[in-house]
Design a protein around this ligand. Structure first.
Ligand code: F0G
Length: 364
């Protein structure tokens, strides 16, 4: 028996943030000082043109987590990680980041009155993310190295100094992020057949699986999805089966060669009969443009890897399956890539003259 979709009591009131919404499923007590920006409750949006391309009655939705307060799914993990850090008396948090984690860590830390230190790969963080971390008031240290090196350094620093590590090796991050799976089941009334998700450090795929399994145990869904993880071809250690020492991709959010949650990700793949596949930068950018120009959904390039992957594996999707693609971050995070990709439609420096403009518009 599947229980009917949850209609939470707060549905008619303001959304309280995911810790309040899913309190019974999370490691908090009445005394825990909840630090929230009312994250979560993001929409599950049908994408009909992508579904039509799939054919055979396949239904496709995107979980648009770019609508979280700092514009990515990281807020789900960060509300809980920073809450628990605060509860434990921490005064500072630290993370390595390709950008989104740093924005979320900075926002939640400052909200909770903690200091935030973020270490990022110099020159490989999208402009919007850097802007966020700076304005939220984090100390931003851009290193001449990649994310994997930054993660090694912050792991050591957090052992040597009184700063709490809030990368996805912090178990509270995954606990918070699993709520995205709860929301998917709450919206669909069951788990999807497939969950397509971009994979970098492999925290999110692990967290989603935790959420689906927990809801399944509680009888909130009667099936579990196949977990389909997609990596950028130039940064695809889980596909290749070995560390990639110089990862490269236009999708800088997932420019990672040695995922911290490697073993967990492999366990998820086996348990869910899922797979890891690579998508090229060209495929990622095609899906990125398609989502924006055909569906009106602006995500960041890394997020589009989920849709690129689905389109690539189209023939493996069972007939009439329900598929959810996770869109992990907002397109506004990376205006440079958007402007480059959309430049065909840009007409700069046009004289302020009606005839000239009408000519460009090619009006009949
Ligand atoms: N999508 C986006 C937009 C991301 O920012 C990330 C990771 C992922 C997907 C991959 O998620 O690491 O859990 O497999 N960004 C991290 C960061 C690494 O520092 O912001 P994952």
């Amino acid at each position: 028996m599947i229980s009917s979709p949850v209609v939470p009591v707060f549905a008619v009131r303001a959304w309280p943030g995911l810790i309040e919404a899913y309190r019974p499923y999370l490691p908090v007590t009445p005394e825990t000082p909840v630090i929230t920006l009312h994250e979560g409750n993001t929409p599950l949006i049908p994408v009909p043109t992508i579904a039509a391309e799939m054919g055979r009655g396949v239904q496709v939705f995107v979980k648009y987590d770019g609508l979280n307060p700092t514009g990515s799914f990281k807020d789900r993990g960060m509300t809980l990680a920073v809450t628990k850090a605060k509860e434990a008396g921490a005064q500072a948090v630290i993370c390595a980041s390709t950008g989104n984690t740093s924005a979320a860590a900075a926002a939640y830390a400052r909200r909770g009155g903690l200091k935030a230190y973020v270490i990022i790969p110099d020159g490989y963080v999208a402009m919007g993310k850097l802007a966020q971390a700076l304005l939220y008031g984090a100390e931003v240290i851009a290193i001449q190295g990649n994310f994997d090196q930054a993660l090694e350094i912050v792991r050591d620093l957090s052992e040597m100094y009184p700063v709490t590590l809030v990368n996805s090796v912090n178990p509270y991050r995954l606990e918070g992020q699993k709520t995205a799976a709860f929301e998917v089941v709450d919206a669909l009334g069951n788990a999807p057949d497939w969950l397509c998700i971009p994979v970098g450090n492999a925290g999110n795929i692990t967290a989603y699986w935790m959420g689906f399994c927990q809801y399944h145990q509680e009888g909130r869904c009667d099936r579990l999805p196949r977990m389909m993880g997609f990596q950028a071809a130039g940064a695809s250690p889980l596909v290749q089966g070995h560390v990639v020492s110089h990862p490269e991709t236009v999708a800088t959010a997932i420019r990672i060669g040695n995922p911290a949650n490697w073993e967990r990700a492999i366990a998820v793949q086996h348990a869910s009969q899922g797979s890891f596949s690579a998508v090229t930068d060209a495929e990622i950018l095609r899906a990125y443009q398609k989502l924006a120009s055909q569906e009106g959904i602006f995500c960041e390039p890394a997020s589009a890897a989920s849709v690129a992957g689905l389109l690539k594996c189209k023939d493996q999707v069972p007939e009439a399956a329900t598929v959810v693609c996770v869109l992990t971050g907002n397109g506004l995070k990376d205006p440079d890539t958007a402007i480059q990709q959309g430049s065909d439609h840009f007409h700069p420096g046009v004289p302020a003259n009606l005839e000239k403009i009408a000519e460009i518009m090619q009006l009949p």
